[in-house]
Design a protein around this ligand. Sequence first.
Ligand code: PEP
Length: 244
Amino acid sequence: MPDACKLAAGNWKMNGTRADLDEARALANAFPEPGCGVLLCPPATLIAAMAEAVAGSAVMVGGQDCHAATAGAHTGDISAQMLADAGARHVILGHSERRADHGETSADVAAKARAAHQAGLVAIICVGETEAERDAGQTLDVVLGQLGASLPEGATAANTVIAYEPVWAIGTGRTPTLDQIAEVHDALRAAVPDTAISLLYGGSVKPANATEIFAIANVDGALVGGASLKAVDFGAIITALATA
Ligand code: PEP
């Protein structure tokens, strides 16, 4: 059975202008052979410029969302083909901020993932429980339910990554216990259609906690928000993953 690939993925969210491309260049220079996949997902306005800035390096560039359609009357939206054309290789889908702020359902996420696959992009599909759901003992039901409804047919390790992101851990500085992360990742590993699909943990991953999180079985990397904005912080997380 092939092992899942390690991936350190950074989600810049709605942060960054061209001046911040120096952070991407610094990463590219610091990690010519990182020992794991390295991905930055900047705002759509920066994808093409970042892809150019890191061209020829190990750093990959991705989007944070795409529309399910290939083209048409969808003001403000971006298709998967457009992301690929701009230099993206991955796209984050179903992030909890999209699910909460834009009412995205798991069916929407599955449709977007189909579009991403058709465009040749790797879909990073996010799942995770709220604090109320965890307190109610519903974590595994919620996460596995989202997974089942968000994964399109034909999802394989070549075109799909799963990110487990407890909603209450995103941007809060709080993280689940290592046992709680392990419980969810073990359940995800048993549920994914291809056992080599990479499983990322996301939610307040920092240089200080990365090593212990990456030591957990079935954690193949991280989806990192705040700590991916600065090359020095993200670089420490990359090093922790590469040496895990
Ligand atoms: C995220 O946005 O996916 C995330 C995990 O954010 P942070 O690392 O800032 O908690």
